[in-house]
Design a protein around this ligand. Structure first.
Ligand code: HEC
Length: 198
């Protein structure tokens, strides 16, 4: 008998290639949808922008064995409750300011960027802002003029003046507050928040 076995036939491998490609394609689509549902604002891990109206903390969860954001009661930013639309616009201004001033050239944002200056993922919750009453004001002043409002976050380096306007600084504060509410799978590790002092 001189019959070609199935695994040695050309048509078998052609069909296999088509099937593998088709199935991979479907898996890719499913995974993309899943990632989008977790990473878009209002999704599973990234709260909608109006979360900036709330108190945000980052606490260790024993069951999950990692720190998770904890969204609490009302705590308006700049003393004003914002609609989702207003919050989205302010956070967007902050995001754009962060991009145009290239904060990632020195800082990391969600772990991405440079290591010259502190990671900004939970900067909103940094104990360097002394108290929750002073925080917003100190952050705006620092961002507008970091040289004369230096807080020395342990790095002994100085942030240069980036020509940030007051409105842009407010946007950045909103952006940083919103970012601190993102479930980043326990990153950064072992971070003590400003809430922990109280
Ligand atoms: C040229 C480098 C550089 C750039 C660009 C830069 N920073 Fe900084 N930033 C620093 C340094 C250095 C510090 C630490 C300052 C200190 O300890 O006083 C810092 C500190 C900070 C802090 C306080 C950190 C904390 O842990 O709370 C915030 C918030 C911050 N920067 C935000 C920004 C934002 C937002 C941008 C972009 C608009 C930006 N920085 C761009 C160098 C930079």
């Amino acid at each position: 008998m001189n019959e070609t076995p199935l695994w040695a036939s050309e048509s078998f491998w052609k069909k296999t290639a088509i099937w593998v490609t088709a199935v991979s394609f479907v898996i890719l689509i499913v995974l993309t949808m899943d990632s989008l549902s977790q990473t878009t604002a209002g999704g599973k891990r990234v709260p909608a922008y109006a979360v900036i109206n709330k108190k945000i903390d980052y606490q260790f969860n024993k069951e999950l064995n990692k720190s998770v954001p904890v969204i609490g009661e009302d705590e308006f930013l700049f003393g004003k409750q914002m609609t989702e639309q207003e919050a989205a616009e302010l956070v967007d201004l902050g995001k754009k300011t962060a991009q145009t001033r290239n904060c990632m050239n020195c800082h990391t944002i969600l772990g991405n960027g440079a290591y010259f200056a502190p990671d900004l993922t939970k900067a909103w919750l940094d104990q360097g802002w002394l108290s929750k009453d002073l925080r917003e004001d100190l952050m705006v002043k620092f961002l507008m003029n970091p040289e004369s409002n230096a807080r020395t976050f342990g790095s002994n380096r100085k942030m240069p003046n980036l020509g940030i306007t007051e409105q842009e600084a407010r946007g950045l504060v909103a952006f940083l507050k919103w970012m601190s509410s993102i479930d980043t799978n326990g990153f950064p590790y072992n971070f003590k928040t400003i809430e922990a002092e109280e």
